[in-house]
Design a binder for this molecule. Structure first.
Ligand SMILES: Nc1ncnc2c1ncn2[C@@H]1O[C@H](COP(=O)(O)OP(=O)(O)OP(=O)(O)O)[C@@H](O)[C@H]1O
Length: 424
């Protein structure tokens, strides 16, 4: 999604690295069953998660998350979702990603059947309609159904159902009314308050820690500010499992796969070799922390030469206490303590270590961030209060009932750029 720099999907880079027993871009072999009725789809998925499920005991709580024994997804017809979105009305479009458009729709809160906004029992959902012409679109759809259908955690976005009919591929998610972290950091006039930045970083870190803590780890592979969605309480939920992969089996340290992802966030070892580690996600998390600290995007070709990559540009500054002060987002001055900023710099630097072995585990990252939140008691909170007040004042317009025309335009424009990888 999109940062300013994604490459349109048609111009994605292509690499032919071998895969580690998996087909490119996806880990689930029995696709015919996944796309059929609910019963058969669960069989397809269970077989792929069996390693994780047997040892983690399906349905058991792990890190406040669940590995479900079988997915509980509603299977929709295309007509259902046409009805729910009022025929994919352009005004109800929430945004556009590399592989399709996302629309606001209405379903019955109890049955999840398509409903009328005026019925009183309806709830808003987000409906992604994937580009059915694209091979990668299909792979992403399948990956979302398989991973999100099996995993449940407070910091992962909930997938409610799906549709596959003829060429149409759709996904139905819980609606996240506060949009993405990217929107708040980079697309609003007011600076986004430090307290909320930390809260969101902690939530997203917990989501990743859950994925990495499963017996058979899940590598998310596309961690970035635009994939961190926010509920009404600014609780973070990771969305978009289109590129996720099961981690290495046996004693292996990595899986080898095509290079896909987004410029600025992809770890150097992955970019150089196609070797994907659990710690490649930790690198991307570090890049998001650097965005959170500085208010600058991970990759921006509009910046002067040498500054396009945020890590290359400001990463070296993280090791000096004095220089950390200089790189912090000017808009949030006074909202954080010096100690909080230096500790933040330290954990960010650890996450973006060039050697994956030297990066911390996400569990440690969660602990450090929770301590930073505790450290951050500043006396003057007036600027934070002001920012929160203006955020909530403007949010109904911006999110609850769709994006304003300008914002919608911006969403559309940024949709394609920045992506790595290409369709086969
Ligand atoms: N569950 C949701 N609730 C509210 N808005 C959503 C939801 N899911 C996606 N969106 C919005 O729709 C837009 C497109 O999302 P999508 O996941 O398709 O692509 P992306 O992640 O932005 O891009 P890319 O495919 O390049 O990674 C985003 O701007 C996001 O804010």
């Amino acid at each position: 999604m999109g940062s300013c720099c994604s490459i349109p999907s048609k111009t994605r880079l292509h690499s032919h690295a071998t895969t580690n027993g998996h087909s490119n871009g996806t880990d689930f072999s029995s696709m015919t069953s996944t796309t059929g009725a609910t019963t058969s789809s669960s069989i397809g998925r269970r077989s792929q998660f069996s390693g994780a499920a047997s040892e983690c005991s399906a349905g058991k709580i792990s890190d406040s998350g669940l590995l479900l024994e079988s997915p509980n997804l509603k299977v929709y017809t295309f007509l259902d979702l046409k009805t729910a979105t009022k025929n994919f009305k352009p005004e109800s479009m929430l945004g556009q990603g590399g592989f399709g458009k996302v629309y606001r729709g209405w379903v019955d809160a109890k049955t999840l059947a398509p409903s009328n906004p005026k019925s009183g029992s309806g709830m808003i959902v987000a409906i992604k309609r994937l580009n059915s012409e694209s091979v990668q679109g299909f792979a992403e759809w399948r990956s979302e159904v398989n991973f999100l259908g099996m995993l449940s955690h407070p910091n992962l976005v909930k997938l409610l159902g799906y549709c596959r009919e003829d060429k149409e591929l759709l996904l139905v998610y819980e609606f996240m009314p506060r949009g993405s972290l990217e929107n708040h950091l980079f697309r609003r006039n007011e600076p986004f308050p430090w307290d909320l930045r930390i809260k969101i970083a902690i939530g997203a870190a917990r989501g990743l820690a859950f994925l990495h803590g499963l017996q058979r780890e899940v590598i998310y592979r596309d961690f970035k500010a635009s994939n961190i969605l926010l509920d009404s309480n600014y609780d973070a939920k990771i969305s978009d499992f289109g590129l996720a992969k099961l981690g290495p089996a046996d004693e292996k340290s990595h899986v080898t796969t095509r290079i896909m992802g987004t410029y600025g966030y992809a770890a150097p070892e992955y970019m150089a070799t196609g070797h994907l580690y659990v710690k490649s996600d930790v690198y991307a998390f570090g890049v998001v922390l650097l965005e959170v600290m500085t208010g600058q995007k991970a990759h921006n070709t509009k910046r002067p030469r040498g500054q396009e990559s945020l890590v290359d540009w400001l990463g070296p500054e993280l090791s000096s206490k004095h220089r950390v002060k200089q790189i912090m987002d000017k808009g949030i001055k006074g909202q954080y303590t010096t100690k909080a900023a230096t500790e933040m710099a330290r954990i960010t630097l650890a996450c973006i270590e060039p050697d994956p072995k030297n990066r911390p585990h996400m569990k440690e990252v969660v602990e450090v961030l929770e301590n930073i939140r505790k450290l951050n008691v500043v006396t003057d909170r007036s600027s934070t209060k002001q920012a929160v007040a203006s955020t909530s004042r403007s949010s109904p317009l911006h999110y609850q009932y769709g994006y304003r025309a300008g914002a919608l335009g911006a969403e559309r424009r940024r949709a394609a750029p920045g992506r790595l990888g290409v369709e086969k």
